[in-house]
Ligand binder design. Structure first.
Ligand code: SAM
Length: 276
């Protein structure tokens, strides 16, 4: 598929960027192809893109995938997309706010399993990722461009400053890897942060763990006040006294003064059996 000149198309169409929608577009063909390669998408895959923007990534995905459904909130992009997606017959752009769509509304466009590939709007990165990961939709993987510090949090190891509730929330659904770091100068207009591509492979078995709601509550409460001990946070969240919380920690093999940030997902799973 031939390259398109996004800057010319935008200039010709009179489109004005809306900063509050996180509109930082990519036009570099090598980077676009690299994101698609990182996603592992093949001709058998249906792909959901979040944020069509100028349609450059949509084109790169469509060149490889069976079909692309791309959601975009900004209808002002219609004239840009009419030009940039000309001749691409396996991509459909849906002008909707994806955060306001129910699972059933999304299923009307993609029924069955799909992969997400997106250069995400950074003002709602985490809610968007969690919306797809924790939904009832059949998502196989998400390959997403996010800001670098968010990527570091997604893949952090226990007992490091980046390790957070979101690290564990993602690990409860699958495995995340950073596939590449991307300099801010690769975007147009240039944002004030560097970025990274993260791929999250969804593991259905993890999502079927019967203790999942309890594990989620344990993790949320463990990081509610990071400086407090886990026993303190658990006592507040579960309405039990500190000694009971400490006893349950001990029964699961942890020191009573342990902090939530040193426990791995397997540790939280083990602890959940003391709270059933
Ligand atoms: N995919 C394009 C690219 O890589 O050049 C655009 C990426 S840009 C970082 C993010 C896009 O998401 C913007 O076009 C923005 O208008 C759109 N967007 C923001 N919030 C959205 C929402 N809630 N639902 C759908 N699209 C949204």
């Amino acid at each position: 598929m031939e390259n398109i000149n996004l800057k010319d198309i935008i200039a010709d169409s009179g489109f004005r960027f809306n900063k509050s929608l996180g509109q930082n577009f990519i036009s570099d063909k090598n980077l676009l192809d690299a994101i698609v390669a990182d996603s592992g998408v093949t001709g058998d895959d249906v792909v959901v893109e979040i944020g069509t923007g100028g349609g450059t990534l949509t084109r790169a995905i469509a060149a490889v995938a069976k079909r692309v459904v791309s959601f975009e909130v900004d209808e002002n992009l219609q004239s840009v997309l009419a030009l940039s997606l000309k001749g691409v017959d396996n991509a459909e752009v849906v002008f909707r706010d994806v955060m306001k769509m129910s699972d059933d509304a999304i299923r009307r466009f993609v029924d069955g399993k799909f992969k997400v590939v997106a250069n995400l709007p950074y003002y709602i990165t985490t809610p968007l990722v969690m919306r797809f990961l924790e939904s009832g939709l059949d998502v196989e993987s998400l390959t997403v461009m996010v800001q670098q510090e968010v990527a570091d949090r997604f893949v952090a190891k226990p007992n490091t400053p980046d390790y957070a509730a979101i690290t564990l929330a993602i690990r409860m659904c699958g495995e995340a890897v950073v596939t590449r770091r991307v300099n801010r100068n690769m975007f147009y207009p240039v944002p004030n942060v560097d970025s990274a591509v993260v791929r999250i492979d969804v593991d259905r078995k993890k999502l079927e763990n019967e203790n999942l709601p309890l594990i989620r509550k344990l993790v949320r409460s463990a990081f509610a006040m990071r400086r407090k001990t886990l026993a303190n946070n658990l006592s507040a969240a579960f309405g039990i006294d500190k000694q009971t919380a400490a006893d349950r920690l001990k029964a699961a093999g942890f020191e009573p003064m342990v902090r939530g940030e040193v426990l791995s997902l397997d540790d939280y799973i083990r602890l959940s059996y003391q709270f059933r």
